[in-house]
Design a protein around this ligand. Structure first.
Ligand code: SAM
Length: 161
């Protein structure tokens, strides 16, 4: 039988929090690099603020392709890079300077904020991520920037048979 919808994460705590908010949805403990789903199961495969955290981006994109139906779609929501040079400089100063300083002073887990800042800085820009998505076998890759490119949503399609 085909799945209608499934939310996946490899953190049971995240799944429990999701289930609390949306008891009507199905949640599955799953590794994005080795999904416990069959081939061609889903019309849409989406990952929000998670691809950057996987330790093999190409493998995660290939797994998403495997479980998506031919003609189906990928949607990746992720931090990206502001496109305006001046705004990018201000944002990077905030991200790499102000945010870690405030986190060290006030947060019980400053390392999480330092990791966040460093991982966003090291993450590919919009065009580079589009190239990675294409390299994993997806077609018609496009993206839309939000908040001047702080976040970008990439969309791609799996070829029809
Ligand atoms: C920043 S949180 C985002 C959570 C949620 N997707 C959202 O948008 O609110 C990143 C999540 O990615 C999950 N994650 C990282 N690598 C993963 C992997 N290989 N397989 C499954 N989940 C993974 C983490 O457990 C974490 O819950």
């Amino acid at each position: 039988m085909l799945e209608l919808m499934s939310s996946a994460d490899f953190s049971q705590g995240m799944l429990d929090a999701g289930k609390k908010r949306h008891p009507d949805l199905k949640f599955t403990l799953a590794d994005a690099l080795n999904l416990p789903f069959g081939a061609d199961e889903f019309d849409v495969t989406t990952i929000s603020f998670g691809l950057r955290n996987t330790n093999d981006v190409q493998k995660a994109l290939a797994e998403a392709l495997r479980v998506t139906k031919p003609g189906g779609r990928l949607v990746v929501v992720e931090f990206s890079h502001p496109t305006n040079k001046i705004f990018r400089k201000i944002y990077m100063n905030y991200l790499m300077g102000f945010l870690p300083k405030v986190a060290r002073r006030f947060s019980s887990n400053p390392d999480a904020y330092i990791y966040l800042a460093q991982s966003i800085q090291a993450w590919p820009d919009q065009e580079q991520l589009a190239a990675k998505i294409e390299a994993a076998g997806w077609g018609s890759v496009a993206w839309q920037n939000f908040t001047f490119g702080i976040v970008a949503v990439h969309i791609a399609f799996k070829d029809k048979l």
